[in-house]
Design a protein around this ligand. Structure first.
Ligand code: ARG
Length: 306
């Protein structure tokens, strides 16, 4: 497979094949940079939305990280979340707040609220009924911010499974987002999309096993993906960082990058070293309380892409 086969990889997305041209630019940029030299990294200002963990709790278990018998300290969760918000602000990013809703304990995981890119807004359609109310709350927020959120017919859990890398979307399926939603989403946002199968229930969302570091660079944990997905990632991102199990199992890949600064779960110390070697600036934040719900940095961050 070559980069020009992205259209073929995204087979169900035949109507966006014509849009695949920018993908080859991504490949060209990567080739120019050369494989063995550490590229110059640069940050760009980002626009995020976050939801405070006011009502955070582990009241049900819909992923292997959640255990309803574990005590959750909302006060600790709030302090950790606040540190994350301050970190973004200190980096110069815009952080907007979404009003938390009582009775929606997972709403703190704002990434799942939808996909905002290219001036388009895709509302989430959650796999579990416990989270259904969140799509309404996030769609209302989007509408208030000038977007016109569109629903998909098939399940999609927003940026949990839909990650923008430069001019393409990497899309996970296997646990939450349905593969059939991928074609809908590619058509809605007008971008080529690569479908990647997730195979390990601990890594039930794409953003638990793959981090976007800049427009051409990712980090990922290969065992979380099917053989086919691994082959696709290897072709598309030959210089990707492959994370080790110890880092993946503290959700180290659930990170947010501005192109230079990578805000990552501080327990993932090996990943931090890999990031540094690749020319990034790792900034560790501890979200241990929110890990009890099966999420970390990226899960708590909905990026409003330009
Ligand atoms: N408890 C939530 C769930 O299982 C966690 C969501 C984490 N979010 C994410 N973007 N991975 O749905």
């Amino acid at each position: 497979m070559t980069i020009s086969d992205v259209a073929a990889v995204a087979a169900p997305v035949s109507d966006v094949a014509a849009l695949a041209a920018p993908v080859s630019d991504v490949a060209a940029t990567r080739r120019l940079r050369g494989a063995d030299q550490t590229p110059e990294r640069a940050s760009s200002p980002r626009h995020y939305a976050m939801t405070a963990p006011t009502f955070f709790a582990v009241e049900y278990a819909i992923n292997p990280w959640m255990d309803t018998t574990t005590a959750v300290d909302t006060h600790v969760a709030m302090n950790q979340w606040e540190t994350l918000r301050q970190t973004y602000k200190e980096l110069g990013h815009t952080v907007e707040l979404v009003e938390p809703v009582a009775g929606l304990p997972d709403m703190v995981y704002a990434a799942n609220g939808g996909l905002l890119v290219n001036g388009k807004a895709v509302a989430a359609r959650f796999a579990y009924p416990q989270r259904a109310g969140e799509s309404v709350a996030y769609a209302e927020w989007m509408a208030r911010h000038g977007f016109d959120p569109v629903e998909t017919r098939h399940l999609n859990e927003g940026q949990g499974d839909l990650l923008v890398v430069g001019s393409i979307v990497l899309a996970g399926y296997g646990f939450r987002t349905e593969r059939q939603a991928h074609a809908e989403i590619a058509a809605l946002v007008g971008m080529p999309l690569v479908s990647l199968e997730l195979v390990d229930p601990r890594f039930y969302h794409l953003d638990t096993a793959l981090a976007v570091l800049d427009d051409t660079t990712i980090a990922y944990y290969p065992p979380a993906f099917s053989d086919e997905a691994c082959a696709q990632l290897l072709e598309l991102f030959p210089d990707a960082i492959e994370a080790a199990s110890a880092d993946a199992y503290v959700l180290g890949l659930n990170a947010v990058s501005d192109g230079l600064n990578v805000v990552f779960p501080s327990a993932a110390t090996g990943f931090a070293e890999q990031l540094r070697e690749a020319g990034f600036r790792p900034i560790g934040v501890d979200l241990s309380e929110l890990l009890k719900g099966g999420g970390s940095i990226k899960c708590c961050t909905l990026e409003v892409h330009p």
